[in-house]
Design a protein around this ligand. Structure first.
Ligand SMILES: Cc1cc2nc3c(=O)[nH]c(=O)nc-3n(C[C@H](O)[C@H](O)[C@H](O)COP(=O)(O)OP(=O)(O)OC[C@H]3O[C@@H](n4cnc5c(N)ncnc54)[C@H](O)[C@@H]3O)c2cc1C
Length: 163
């Protein structure tokens, strides 16, 4: 799962009161959906485009073998699984993960109405192990926040729109 730091997502967007912007996000995978959520919650109008005819296709694939959403191990060990080749990279990743910890991620999933459990390997899974219920609930919440989706529009279509 991608983790997004709220102030990084909002960097460059004028968040002054009454400064609602219209934001386009290209890609309706988990990263695009999380960006859409953060930006919509900040009060901006969000349109999400994806080249594929439906959203989160790779995410749904991820659910086939059991969707591992995070890990319940001790934080330093968890961080060491990322960017293990460079201490600089690891510090950066640690800062991102402190901003949205594994426990916060579990709470975020819970707020979508989906319980999680810790497996024997300390990996964390949604109760049904699948991605589809989570994605359905997430999309419903995004739509209720006003996020609009435009599917089947990829490179050429997007270039034409940009003209
Ligand atoms: C078999 C499998 C199992 C996995 N298991 C897990 C797991 O258990 N736990 C876990 O955390 N992760 C797992 N993953 C990885 C997880 O699916 C990815 O990390 C996640 O989907 C990445 O999200 P993303 O939004 O960055 O990219 P993507 O999910 O790849 O989303 C990018 C989106 O952008 C769209 N797009 C790209 N270019 C354009 C363009 N030019 N115009 C319009 N749209 C465009 C694509 O169509 C796509 O929908 C698994 C992956 C696979 C394949």
């Amino acid at each position: 799962m991608p983790f997004l730091k709220q102030n990084q997502v909002l960097a460059g967007i004028n968040t002054a009161p009454n400064a609602m912007k219209s934001i386009v996000i290209i890609g309706a995978g988990p990263a695009g959906l999380m960006a859409a959520e953060v930006i919509a919650q900040a009060g901006h109008a969000v349109r999400v485009y994806d080249a594929m005819p439906s959203v989160g296709r790779k995410f749904l694939l991820a659910g086939i073998g059991g969707l591992n959403i995070t890990h319940a191990e001790e934080f330093d060990k968890f961080v060491s699984r990322y960017a293990s080749h460079s201490s600089n990279g690891q510090t950066r990743v640690a800062n991102w993960l402190r901003d949205f910890t594994p426990s916060q991620l579990r709470e975020w999933v819970r707020a979508l109405g989906i319980e999680t459990f810790v497996g024997t390997s300390q990996r964390v899974f949604p109760a049904e192990m699948k991605a589809a219920p989570l994605l359905r609930a997430w999309l419903a919440r995004l739509r209720s926040q006003g996020v609009q989706f435009f599917l089947g529009i990829g490179g050429r279509g997007l270039r034409m729109m940009a003209r």
